[in-house]
Structures are given as C-alpha cells and as structure tokens.
Design a protein around this ligand. Structure first.
Ligand code: ADP
Ligand code: MG
Length: 239
C-alpha cells in the first residue's frame, strides 16, 4: 500500500491547534478480517485534512470499501489506529458513532435513497433529523439546488429517475448539512462515461467551494479527468 504523500507526517506541535488537526488520521494500521488470513492493511497510514480532495483507488478486493467502512464507523478499529479530529474512534460508543455519521456525508454506488419520499424530501432528510428550523432548511436546500440543479426533478418519483439523477439527489443529501467531509464509494460505478464526468464536475465544484472529499474509484478515466482539473491526493491500495 502506498500513498503519494505517505511520508508526510502529521505535523501538529500543539495538538490543540485546530488548524493542524486532521479530520481523519490513520496511524500504522495493520488489520484483516477475522475470518480471513489475509492482512488487508499493513502499517497503513492516511490523513485527511480540511479541503483535501483524496482519491482512493486500486484494483478490486484491495480493501477500498473496507477502508470506507472504517471511515463511516461501520468497522471498529483497533485502539490508537484511527482518529477523528484526534479522538480515538476505537473508544466511540454507538451513540458517538451515530453522531459522527451525521457529521459526514456518505454516497454509495447504489444511491440508497428512500423510495417513498420525493427527491426533495430525501435531500432535506438529514436536516429534518437534526430538527433544523424550516427557514434554514430552505436556505440550505436552495444552496445545494444551485450547485446541483435539482429543481426540475425535486418532486419526481425516485423510481422514475435515471441513475445519474438518483446520484445527484444522493449527492445533494450528502452535501446539504455542510458535512466535515464527503465520502463516496464508487459513486459512478453504475453510470456511463458522460454521467461519470458530470459527477466528477460536481465533486470538483463542491471541493472548490470548501468541501472535503474522499472519493473511492477504480475508474482510470475518472482518475485522469480529476487530475487534469483539481489537485488531488491519490491513495493506491494493493500496491
Ligand atoms: N465482511 C467481510 N468479511 C470477510 N471478508 C471480507 C468482507 N468484506 C470484504 N472482505 C474481503 O476483503 C477484501 C477487500 O474487500 P473490499 O474492501 O470490498 O475491496 P474493494 O472495495 O477494493 O473491492 C476482499 O478479499 C473481500 O473478499
Ligand atoms: Mg468496493
């Protein structure tokens, strides 16, 4: 496993200096599934800072989705290997994991929308869960609408949306609550070339306005498109 910036040590002379604290810090993590003898991560290091655009790439079965599961709190790490804002995530209780998840924006290949709700209701769902006041919801919805242009489909039945439209809705839902970072596991896996680049353009724009992005993809074309348009950090698993 290599990371182009692997040797870039996390430098924080004073851990209380918020500007230097990484959002995520994985430190010398060695880990494999219990039921498998294979070690997936060997002394793996990773750090995510505010405003980064990080792409996790690598062939199939190299651990990309497993890394996502760590980053969304779905797999419990060993002690002192995975930190969120310098808090050891192995110490998180279930309610802390739930709170953590609400601070990040998660995007999946299969969209994971709620079919019984309209696109607009799906998008504002995280804000409703947090009991956000209506005027604030409206303001935030208008902001994501400006970025993603969803007004024409906001009341269309989810079932009737194309894959690309569904992914746009999922992205709006991930972005609306100004998450600490967005994590997208193969978001273009079910989309054609043109729609893939449209997703890339949204991620680029989202990053330019201040969002932190972790994108998982094994699509070389997407990777080279991104490299041409935005400064990315690339983590290649399985090398
Ligand atoms: N829940 C699981 N239990 C045991 N092994 C798993 C589990 N999920 C994934 N694996 C194994 O871990 C390896 C990495 O899988 P994954 O993280 O899904 O890779 P990728 O997303 O890069 O294709 C594979 O060999 C896979 O079979
Ligand atoms: Mg995967």
């Amino acid at each position: 496993m290599t990371d182009e910036k692997q040797n870039e040590e996390v430098k924080f002379n004073n851990p209380k200096d918020a500007a230097n604290i990484p959002l995520i810090w994985i430190h010398d993590m060695t880990w494999g599934y219990d039921e498998s003898k294979k070690i997936l991560f060997k002394k793996f290091n990773f750090n995510l800072k505010k405003w980064d655009f990080t792409v996790i790439t690598g062939k199939s079965w190299t651990g990309k989705s497993t890394l996502v599961k760590f980053l969304i709190g779905q797999i419990k790490p060993y002690k002192k290997t995975l930190y969120y804002k310098m808090e050891d995530m192995s110490e998180f209780w279930d309610d802390e994991i739930q709170r953590y998840r609400r601070k990040i924006g998660i995007i999946f290949q299969d969209y994971q929308l709620i079919n019984s709700l309209t696109p607009k209701q799906n998008i504002i769902y995280p804000l409703v869960l947090d009991s956000t006041p209506l005027p604030t919801i409206k303001k935030k919805y208008d902001a994501v609408n400006k970025l993603l242009d969803i007004s024409s489909i906001e009341t269309t039945e989810i079932k009737k949306l194309s894959g690309w439209e569904k992914q746009k809705v999922a992205m709006a839902r991930a972005l609306i609550h100004a998450p600490d970072f967005i994590i997208a596991d193969e978001p273009t896996g079910n989309l054609d070339h043109e729609n893939t680049l449209q997703i890339a353009d949204i991620l680029i724009k989202a990053n330019q306005i201040g969002n932190t992005i972790v994108l998982v993809t094994h699509d070389e074309m997407l990777l080279s498109y991104l490299k041409q348009h935005v400064e990315i950090k690339t983590i290649t698993l399985g090398k």
